[in-house]
Design a protein around this ligand. Structure first.
Ligand SMILES: [Zn+2]
Length: 304
């Protein structure tokens, strides 16, 4: 009798593709895309979830393609969180194919009122997807994560709620700190020139004019004319520094620096900003809060 029971279990396991629940201690298995979202979900889920982030530090979400290993992680996940608004341009198709009633991937940007977003023709979504650079939008991501986790695992709802409240307080504190740092920079110096337009929401929220050399997505290269035009702009506005990004090749910003030099002027490379990915795991910049603080320090110190 016991033998038949084992056989039956094996058959059921194969059929349902279910995993040994003891192995994962009954915890929710969560898959996330960008490192910003991974960090956020870890903060809200704490020890009660297993989490696998697909994109590590330095990974460009616009160009990221799912590997075979990723597909099996996605198939086995209880919940999938991603940014949406076509940030993960090459994953959209994978998500659409796997969408079922029980496991629809959750686009966190859907939590935000579309009327408040910055429009863009570059993306199929018609919106600029780099919303996490406005801390208030990231707080809305946190609300959404907490409510989805609670819905999936009501037993732990009070844990998710208290983790969320604690994290929202940390985000508020971050916002107060970065605003006071930015206020040490005179308004005419608040011009941010980077490789691609990841910082439009940052600029709108915290009072910077933002100029990206490459357009909103890294999938399009900057042309020679764009470089020359921007070099003239930098000289006219007497901009002291321009910035490279951790997830975008340096060469476009170096070409811009060279174009400024060819016109008889100098512009520094003010440092590397984290745009579409956090720093290495285990470092301060490997967290959303540490990354934001690092970026603001780098920008303010270089433009002063
Ligand atoms: Zn981007």
């Amino acid at each position: 009798m016991k033998k038949y029971f084992v056989l039956f279990c094996l058959f059921a396991l194969l059929l349902s593709n279910c995993k040994d629940k003891k192995e994962d201690n009954g915890k929710l298995n969560i898959v996330t895309t960008t490192s910003m979202i991974t960090d956020l979900v870890k903060n809200i889920g704490g020890d009660s979830i297993n989490i696998q982030g697909l994109m590590g530090s330095g990974v460009d979400p616009h160009l990221y393609k799912a590997s075979e290993g990723d597909v099996s992680k996605l198939v086995n996940a209880d919940i999938i969180f991603y940014n949406g608004l076509h940030l993960e341009g090459k994953l959209v198709e994978v998500f659409e194919k796997m969408g079922s009633a029980t496991k629809t991937p959750i686009a966190l940007a859907d939590a935000i009122d579309k009327n408040t977003l910055i429009g863009s023709d570059y993306f199929a979504s018609n919106y600029d997807p780099h919303v996490w650079f406005d801390i208030n939008y990231f707080k809305q991501f946190a609300e959404k994560v907490s409510s989805v986790l609670s819905e999936k695992n009501p037993e732990n709802a009070s844990i998710y709620e208290s983790n969320k409240i604690k994290y929202l307080e940390e985000l508020d504190k971050l916002q107060v700190e970065i605003i006071s740092k930015i206020e040490t920079l005179s308004t005419e110096k608040r011009i941010l020139v980077t490789a691609h337009d990841a910082f439009n929401y940052f600029g709108k929220a915290y009072g910077f004019e933002v100029v990206g050399l490459q357009g909103l997505s890294t999938a399009t290269e900057a042309g020679v004319q764009d470089v020359q035009k921007l070099a003239t702009f930098i000289i006219e506005k007497q901009i002291k520094a321009i910035f490279v990004e951790s997830s975008v090749p340096k060469r476009t910003i170096e070409a811009l620096q060279a174009a400024v030099k060819s016109k008889g002027h100098d512009v520094e490379i003010g440092g590397t900003l984290y745009s579409d990915a956090l720093g290495n795991a285990g470092t301060l910049e490997g967290t959303y809060i540490g990354m934001f603080d690092y970026n603001v320090n780098t920008i303010v110190n270089a433009l002063k």
